[in-house]
Design a protein around this ligand. Sequence first.
Ligand code: AHR
Length: 512
Amino acid sequence: MKKILLFIFIAMAARHLSAQNQVTLQADSGKVIINKHIYGHFSEHLGKCIYGGFYVGEGNTKIPHTKGVRNDVVDALKKLKIPNLRWPGGCFADTYHWKDGIGPKNKRPTIVNTWWGGVTEDNSFGTHDFLDMCELLGAEPYLSGNVGSGTVQELSDWVQYVSFDGISPMSKLRKENGREKPWTVRFWGIGNEAWGCGGNMRPEYYANIYRQYATFMTGWDNNNKIFRIASGANSSDYNWTEVLMRDIPHNMLEGVGVHHYSVIDWSKKGSASEFSEQQYFTTMQRALKMEELVTKHAAIMDKYDPKKRVAMVVDEWGGWYDVEPGTNPGFLYQQNTMRDAMIAGVTLNIFNNHADRVRMANLAQTINVLQAVILTNDEKILLTPTYHVMEMYNVHQDATLLPVKIKTNDYTLNGEKLPAVSVSASRDKNGVTHISLVNIDGKNVQDVTIDIKGAKYTAVTGRVLSSPKIQDHNTFESPDKVKPAVFKGATLSTGKLSVKVPAFSVVVLELK
Ligand code: AHR
């Protein structure tokens, strides 16, 4: 009898142990810096991202603004510590002629935004507006050049117009338009989605075109080297990365892009806020695919660039659903729920953990489009769950990545499984360690035990983003329904940290 009881006890203890998620944190061995540019954003002339989102016009008397840019948006993005902003697209970039957007606003030509809703673009928000706005935000601009329908001369002129501090035709034009000193523009995209809306090119053809464009782009400033980013692969198109890395001389290439959206099914994306647990699960499958994508694209890059000189730039990522009922299908306006907070949390953990190669990324898109951090409705504004994750995670910007190993429980649904817990950790310049944990499990709290090696901490505090339902989101009527709170579920004992991570929540811990 005693033996049977002992067996039952051991079996129960084993079950309990397997229900623990185990993390090992190597707190003293970080070598890689998490580039702050991983936390970048993306603003396209699409729907209400620029017009009504960032920019309401100089003449607006209802909404407080600085030279037409909403002050509430600037305040919110500064709190995020937004490091860079990509503009003007996206697909729009390959139809955009920058000279249409400079000079007196009433004289600017209009164009039709053929990609996004067929609306007339009056070009009232142009180069000066964008670059001045970046200065206001304290963010580095990332300009996306027109390769699909532009010319080498046009892009070369744009570089000269914004960057040249001397006498030249373009710097003269800039001064005539009111800007004496150049701006600082390091990041340049050479086309966008060249395999699709940017020209439906084959990789070999694009690699040649890239070489041509890159040859005529120069920083025009001996102190600031230009950072050229090649239009990258569509998700798992590994051949695209292979050809670019093989065919473009690396002294012409500072970054290679990758785009990946978490989409259930392109022909049946589903509602952004009314979805089943199965749809949530599938979205998370798509989001977690980023781990495989980054690993495989990085392996190809390692083959051609073992010293990791060329950065991987995931310059479009995020969740993509059906537009909100009654809105223009070409405007890509969608709500943002705790599901999106999960996408953001796991994706940023993946980027952090691959910071040796992933050195820049751009969430699509900042305001009112796709997985936005801000939604606006005339003078009203709300911060989405995704905003709160980006804000909680900004402690990782430019911090030293600390290696973690994880053994996680599964989140299972209808016979399929996903890793329930994801983690990344870093030590900032003041020696403070931060650990970000995400539990995507739709039902269960996850108990996580973190073994700390190589450091002694005496205090732990934290913040959590959670909500009773995965569909929960903020609305203009109830803008603070989902927001971070103080986290009390972590306890520290010698060399061990025990954390109770609520179902579908994001936790960021601070250890001193
Ligand atoms: O972000 C929306 C669109 O998605 C971008 O314009 C394009 O690059 C991508 O296909």
